[in-house]
Design a binder for this molecule. Structure first.
Ligand code: NAD
Length: 310
């Protein structure tokens, strides 16, 4: 069991669902946790301090140390206050788990500007803003000569890495979070910070209508949000210092370090292509056409299962 005593973690969107499981697991491993949650509806509207406070109470009842934050992670100044709270209240920050998220699914032809903007904002800016403030803090500590072992763990989605119908806004944000992870890992490595990403699968209010797979009466429940958290704790361990820039698909007990965009089918012409000749090559190489297999096929190839009841 990785030991995180003395470390301070922030988990965003930790008032319920997957973030709550991460907060409980980090606290169980000995970390002090700032439980951030706006307490929003699934669509991102509203504000309620109760969910974050309930998780803080749970951690304290189990003997851990925690504090609540109701900041909106997509508000740049609010994200700064969140990072500042960890440092002022607990003296340091070691682990940032960006997890807060919302959904506003709609087919592209009907999607409104608000549905696009809200989802892009909460996910993409909601990852950038806390990471930006935490990165400045870690750079400062590194420049002062501290042996920084910082951790950022982001939250993508099977929708972002494999592509799900009805989620151009959400999937684009989640694909952006995977790219953000790869780039941030390269920028922040010099300060001792690793940046990784999880593409989770769990039964929460976000997916209860999607996964028509109920909890089993007894035995292992692959869709228990708690299955997502051992990876967060493992990556937070000092021994994981060399693992960075990875995007992990997690389903039940299957953790798959995905390979993202890599070299695929190569077409070369020594002196550039003529469009007609290139089209001929494309048709010859793809006699049955070329199109994405869809999210479920991608999930299955990565060790997950169907969205339907088994
Ligand atoms: N459940 C799944 O199977 C699944 C699959 C892929 C990705 N995800 C991602 O995992 C993360 C957690 O999702 P979940 O299923 O636990 O959903 P959830 O709705 O149960 O939890 C999300 C939490 O984020 C909070 N939140 C929303 N906007 C916020 C903001 N601006 N600032 C602070 N907090 C905010 C909400 O109040 C909520 O408590 C999300 O990023 C989601 O997109 C979940």
């Amino acid at each position: 069991m990785p030991k995180l005593e003395g470390k301070v973690a922030i988990v965003t969107g930790a008032g319920r669902g997957i973030g709550r499981a991460h907060a409980l697991a980090l606290a169980d491993a000995g970390a002090t946790v700032v439980v951030n949650d706006l307490g929003a509806a699934l669509s991102g509207e509203g504000h309620d301090d109760t969910p974050a406070q309930q998780v803080v109470d749970e951690i304290r009842a189990a003997g851990g140390e925690a504090a609540a934050s109701g900041e909106n992670v997509a508000d740049f100044a609010g994200a700064g206050r969140l990072v500042g709270q960890a440092i002022e209240q607990f003296g340091r920050l070691d682990i940032l788990v960006n997890n807060a998220g919302i959904l506003r699914d709609r087919m592209l032809v009907n999607m409104t500007e608000d549905e696009w903007d809200a989802v892009i904002n909460v996910h993409l800016k909601g990852h950038f803003a806390p990471t930006r403030h935490a990165a400045a803090y870690w750079r400062e500590r590194s420049k002062e000569g501290d042996d920084v072992k910082g951790r950022v763990i982001n939250t993508s989605s099977p929708s972002g890495v494999f592509g799900n119908v009805g989620q151009t806004n959400y999937g684009a944000a989640k694909a952006g979070i995977a790219a953000f992870t790869v780039i941030a890992s390269q920028e922040l490595g010099r300060y001792g910070v690793t940046v990784n990403c999880i593409a989770p699968n769990a039964r929460t209010r976000m997916t209860e209508d999607t996964f028509d797979m109920g909890a089993p009466q007894d035995g292992f429940d692959p869709l228990d949000p708690a299955n997502m958290s051992p990876l967060i704790v493992a990556l937070s361990d000092d021994d994981a210092q060399g693992i960075t820039g990875q995007v992990f698909h997690v389903w039940g007990g299957s953790v798959n370090a995905l390979r993202g965009w890599t070299g695929g089918e190569l077409f070369t012409a020594d002196e550039g292509w003529d469009a007609d000749v290139l089209l001929g090559e494309l048709l010859a190489r793809f006699p049955d056409g070329a199109s994405p297999p869809g999210m479920v096929a991608g999930m299955q190839a990565a060790g997950g299962q169907s969205l339907s009841a088994q």
